[in-house]
Design a protein around this ligand. Structure first.
Ligand code: ARG
Length: 464
């Protein structure tokens, strides 16, 4: 006899409209390995506690191995499986029956799809967050290598997108490295909370058969077990946490993308995106568009939306499992894929772009050294607030005379403030290199400070 997962007390089939809304196989097929691994572990635990015999256990495991191989093959060949079941749990159990016969009828003993589905998702996440970590670490390494190689390049730094002070381009790159490093640390911190196994929670009340939940959890690679069965089947906090994480990481990528888009525009022209990571226009032959970076910027908005939308789904749900929760997989797969693509495209874009140090230098104007002039006066005993004001009058004077700060006669400087020293000394201020090299404190833009940042990231990367 053919037993479906449910329906013994039903007289009619579900409507096709309901089935379309209810069926999740096209999404949760992605969990087939996790589902089968969970079932192997569950059958093993049932056997260890003598709820199923050794023969039944063996038949189940052998059958599951075959089901896994079949699904793997079908997915490789067709990209999908053709089963008409509602979800991956139903597919595995029905197919198992074909290989294991009536032994298969024992597999779901004391288990529910509620604890099963949450377990599968967590197993998938434990594996996938590792892959994401690797991808972000790779991006960090690409950015750091660039920072190392391009250490000579000096460019304007912007606040409010207005020219602010000269910077090393490497310092700019490293500013993103630090943000992404924190992302990696945050993701690693989630793993401890994620690594808590819901299996053995049943539908809501727990497990009525005696089993060793910790042994079961550890056999699946979890560190611990959920402490309350209602919490286990009803909470999706680990998904909210991951989606929020993905949104933040996406936001960092988006800001980097935006900076690079600006720097690649003809008006800036500091960088050129490689052919590999640019696209053209169907109409304008000269165009080289940073589509990859724009897609990353756009994707960040969708990541934020997905993290928000899933929290909306959770808000107001009564305790424990409700079918609303089924969407968790769709949204987490989507966010994971989206972010993974973005990280990879960003790595490729950064690794292959070219930076023009001449162009970067040409964008610097002597006005950006006004702060240095003020610091110069401070070193000569002028209080900073007064120095700031004096340099303001210097700027005004230069504008009136129609000359740049650098070209203004040093006598004009002395007229505005006798603390300005010799012509020689004032001339020496007008060097981009000398300017950035003043910032030697930790986290500054001087070569030694940037090199220190690179070194400390390299050390951190070593254990990754
Ligand atoms: N496909 C379902 C999900 O992922 C499995 C759980 C179904 N449980 C239930 N009580 N209908 O959410």
């Amino acid at each position: 006899e053919n037993y479906q997962l449910w329906g013994g007390c039903f007289e009619e089939e579900a409507s096709s409209d309901l089935r379309r809304l209810n069926d999740s196989l096209s999404v949760d097929i992605r969990l087939y390995r996790e589902d089968i691994n969970g079932s192997r572990a569950w059958a093993r635990e049932l056997n260890l506690c003598k709820h199923i015999s050794a023969e039944i256990y063996e038949a189940i495991v052998n059958g599951l191995n075959k089901v896994e191989a079949d699904i793997e093959k079908e997915l490789a060949e067709n990209g999908r499986i053709l089963d008409n079941d509602e979800d991956i749990h139903s597919v595995v159990e029905r197919r198992l029956r074909e290989y294991a016969g009536d032994a298969a009828l024992h597999l779901h003993t004391a288990r529910s799809r509620n604890d099963q589905s949450a377990t599968d998702t967590k197993l998938w996440m434990l594996n996938s967050t590792k892959k994401l970590t690797t991808a972000v670490v790779q991006l960090i390494s690409v950015l750091t290598t660039r920072a190392e190689n391009d250490i000579e390049v000096i460019m304007p730094g912007y606040t409010h997108l207005q020219r602010a002070q000269p910077l090393r381009w490497s310092h700019f790159l490293m500013s993103y490295v630090w943000q992404l490093k924190e992302d990696v640390v945050r993701l690693e911190e989630q793993v401890n909370r994620l690594s808590i196994c819901p299996l053995g929670s049943g539908a809501i009340a727990g497990c009525a058969l005696n089993i060793d939940r910790l042994r079961l959890a550890q056999s699946l690679g979890f560190k611990n077990v959920t402490p309350n069965s209602m919490y286990a089947v009803g909470s999706r906090d680990y998904i909210v946490e991951f989606l929020n994480w993905a949104a933040l990481c996406g936001l960092h990528l988006s800001r980097l993308a935006e900076d690079l888009i600006i720097y690649s525009s003809q008006e800036f022209g500091v960088i050129q995106i490689s052919d590999k990571f640019s696209t053209g226009s169907s109409l304008m032959p000269q165009k080289r568009n940073p589509d990859g970076l724009e897609l990353i910027r756009g994707a960040a908005g969708l990541l934020l939306g997905d993290s928000f939308s899933f929290s909306c789904t959770l808000k107001g749900l009564p305790s424990t499992y409700n079918k609303d929760l089924q969407v968790d997989k769709e949204i987490i797969f989507r966010s994971y894929d989206r972010l993974m693509h973005c990280v990879r495209v960003m790595s490729g874009t950064v690794a292959t772009l070219t930076v023009s140090s001449e162009k970067a230098l040409s964008l610097l104007d002597p006005g950006m050294l006004a702060t240095d002039l003020a610091h110069y006066l401070v070193r000569r005993g002028v209080p900073f607030r007064r120095a700031h004001h004096i340099v303001g009058t210097v700027l005004k004077r230069a504008a009136t005379l129609g000359v740049s700060l650098q070209d203004m006669d040093y006598k004009e400087y002395n007229k505005l403030c006798p603390n300005f020293g010799s012509e020689e000394e004032i001339k020496r201020i007008f060097s981009w290199e000398a300017s950035v090299e003043q910032y030697t404190s930790e986290g500054g833009t001087a070569r030694v400070s940037v090199e220190q940042q690179i070194l400390s990231i390299r050390e951190w990367l070593q254990d990754k």
